[in-house]
Design a protein around this ligand. Structure first.
Ligand code: SF4
Length: 225
């Protein structure tokens, strides 16, 4: 898999790293950003990526680097099969707890470490849920208690998504569509990136670099003209 970074002014591919196909897209993102800033002497101010990169950790790490991050709009997905969703529970910031539709409290129960991030788990005790009239709408007949997971970087993600739908957000996403998607399409169709011709990661990276160089030369000539 070729992970490429493209500049938004002339579509020059400024960074390429080849990995095995099972490496998640988001795994390399921050590493490549740091590599570009350090080795090309660029201070990145804005970055755009598809929704596969819209992880809590990437949002948090880009925020630390003062980089405005743009990804497609997030729509809240319904989780689970029960009727009550997270938005039906009221957060009490003062006491760091949730209040459920039945008026019971879900205090902070524990912290969970999941891969590279941490979630706060709030839990309503079993005894409260046992005879609750909202039980079937909240936890289902088989559930025993209600738990809510909150990612500790959630506020940063929310803040980043406040830009959704703005003129700048639309513009940046359009540039990504033109330059990033356009580059991959051109490389696949006209610059030998549809198939690998030699085995091994090193050979794959050489092919990706050669393909990117060919496209860059064309774009540089166009930009200079
Ligand atoms: S099942 Fe538990 S969390 Fe859900 S509304 Fe009833 S008491 Fe509250």
């Amino acid at each position: 898999m070729s992970h490429e970074t493209v500049d938004s002014k002339n579509g020059i591919i400024i960074d390429v790293e080849a990995t095995a196909g099972n490496v998640p897209d988001s795994q390399l993102y921050i590493k490549r950003i740091d590599y570009i800033e350090k080795n090309l002497g660029l201070k990145i101010q804005e970055a755009c990526a598809d929704s596969g990169y819209d992880t809590n950790l990437i949002n948090q790490q880009l925020s630390e680097r003062d980089i405005n991050f743009y990804t497609p709009e997030r729509t809240e997905q319904k989780r689970g099969t029960t009727e009550f969703q997270r938005k039906d529970f009221q957060y009490d910031e003062k006491d760091d707890r949730f209040i459920c539709p039945g008026g019971k409290t879900l205090p902070l129960h524990r912290l969970n470490r999941i891969i590279n991030t941490v979630t706060k788990e709030y839990r309503c005790p079993k005894a409260e849920c046992k005879d609750c009239p909202f039980r079937s709408r909240c936890i289902g007949e088989k559930g025993s208690d209600k738990r809510i997971q909150v990612n500790i970087f959630e506020d940063i993600v929310k803040k980043n998504h406040e830009k959704d739908g703005t003129e700048r957000h639309t513009r940046v996403l359009l540039l990504r569509q033109i330059w990033s998607e356009g580059s991959f399409a051109a490389q696949k169709s006209r610059h030998n990136l549809k198939f690998l011709y030699r085995r091994g990661l090193e050979a794959a990276e050489q092919q990706c670099l050669l393909s990117s160089t060919a496209l860059n030369l064309k774009r540089m000539i166009k930009a200079m003209a």
